[in-house]
Design a protein around this ligand. Structure first.
Ligand code: ZOZ
Ligand code: NAI
Length: 309
């Protein structure tokens, strides 16, 4: 009995220590998602290192974070703009940047990866980070569509590896899917749930199944919208208006595809099609492939299904 009690207290205190430990976060990938995750983590008092492959990309990420914070501050401090500026500067002070992931993970409690949606590239990154990061560091991927277990297999810390799937735009979207892979320990999963709550998000628990919850439903819907248009059964404008006014969605499927990025959408579809070639839900779209081949990747490049200013 005394043993059970001592063990129980020990497990409570070590789990409390782990929760308290998620203070220093390294975000790898400063694109749409990584910049948003960095913004939210810094805004909730975490110290953040944002990593990408070049200083130029990191400068663009920092600019994006600053303009997103300006939108938040404008609303929050409408009466006192000078307080808004101090609010922005305080948050920006919590973020530093680096192009050398291996050197910065040495002081981190949690790594959140938000790089390109490619299994091999993610495995190579985590394989290298596994050697550089301390024992206690938890690894998490923001993958939209890849199995967490496959990404984690490049490391020797399967118990300290899980999924943290955020939604775009991260500062606005309340949901985080927390994914427990077969190897993820309960303690790691609890820490990821706690971390999501500390960010002010609403976590849901997911199994490590294709697309988790949201994308398993969203991807077939968005692809079917593109196919409907490809069959000549509706203009993209009409389909978008129909889903906004008829189904209450904030964006139509073509607007959302442009917002997510057509390259990322194609990576997801191609990956699922390769694994399940006979499934008509994941059949590739000639129109989407054409736009990606032309470098029209959506909002981030100024043109996708639509032109963006
Ligand atoms: C086929 C393959 C497909 C694969 C897909 C996989 C991708 C994934 O893995 C998972 C995903 O993320 S899926 C995408 C999920 N996101 C959505 O569905 C977004 C839908 N859109 C919206 O919710 C609103 O249009 C939205 C919130 C974006 C904007 O709202 P509005 O339309 O009303 O426009 P605004 O008037 O500009 O904004 C409303 C308020 O939000 C503030 N805001 C917007 N963006 C912001 C940002 N980035 N940072 C800070 N604040 C931001 C804006 O200030 C405004 O506030 P108010 O002034 O109070 O109105
Ligand atoms: N776009 C979206 O709406 C969502 C995307 N995701 C997922 O998040 C991840 C990132 O997506 P986005 O931010 O949209 O992509 P993005 O293309 O906007 O950004 C990816 C960033 O990662 C950087 N990068 C690539 N390889 C790297 C490496 N080895 N080391 C460091 N940085 C590297 C790139 O330079 C780029 O800045 C993907 O796994 C995607 O599936 C998840 C939720 C929503």
């Amino acid at each position: 009995m005394a043993f059970v009690t001592r063990q129980f207290i020990r497990s409570l205190s070590s789990s409390a220590a782990l929760h308290a430990a998620i203070k220093h976060v390294t975000i790898i990938g400063g694109g749409l998602m990584g910049a948003g995750i960095a913004q939210v983590a810094a805004s909730t008092g975490h110290s953040v290192v944002l990593v990408d492959t070049s200083e130029d990309i990191l400068k663009k990420s920092a600019k994006g974070i600053e303009s997103s914070l300006k939108r938040v501050a404008k609303k929050k401090f409408a009466e006192k703009p000078e307080d808004g500026e101090a609010f922005i500067q305080k948050i920006l002070k919590n973020i530093s940047t680096s192009t050398d992931a291996a050197s910065v993970v040495q002081g981190t409690d949690l790594v959140v990866e938000a790089i390109v949606e490619n299994l091999k590239v993610k495995q190579d990154l985590f394989g290298a980070l596994d050697k550089a990061a301390p024992e206690h560091t938890i690894f998490a991927s923001n993958t939209s569509s890849l199995p967490i277990a496959d990404i984690a297999s490049s490391t020797a810390r399967l118990d300290r590896f899980g999924g943290l799937h955020f939604f775009n735009p991260v500062p606005m979207m309340k949901l985080v899917e927390v994914i427990k892979a077969p190897g993820t320990s309960q303690q790691t999963f609890d820490s990821l749930l706690e971390f999501s709550k500390a960010l002010g998000k609403h976590p849901v628990s997911c199994k490590d199944t294709p697309g988790f919850i949201v994308n398993r439903l969203l991807v077939p819907y968005m692809l079917e919208a593109v196919r409907l248009h490809e069959r000549g059964h509706g203009s993209k404008e009409d389909i978008d208006v129909a889903m906004k006014l008829g189904a209450g969605y904030p964006m139509g499927p073509f607007e959302l595809l442009d917002y997510v990025g057509l390259d990322t959408s194609k990576f997801i579809i191609d990956g699922w099609h390769e694994k399940d070639p006979d499934n008509p839900l994941f059949a590739p779209s000639p129109l989407l492939n054409k736009l990606v081949a032309e470098g029209k990747l959506g909002k981030k490049t100024g043109e996708g299904f639509y032109k963006h200013k």
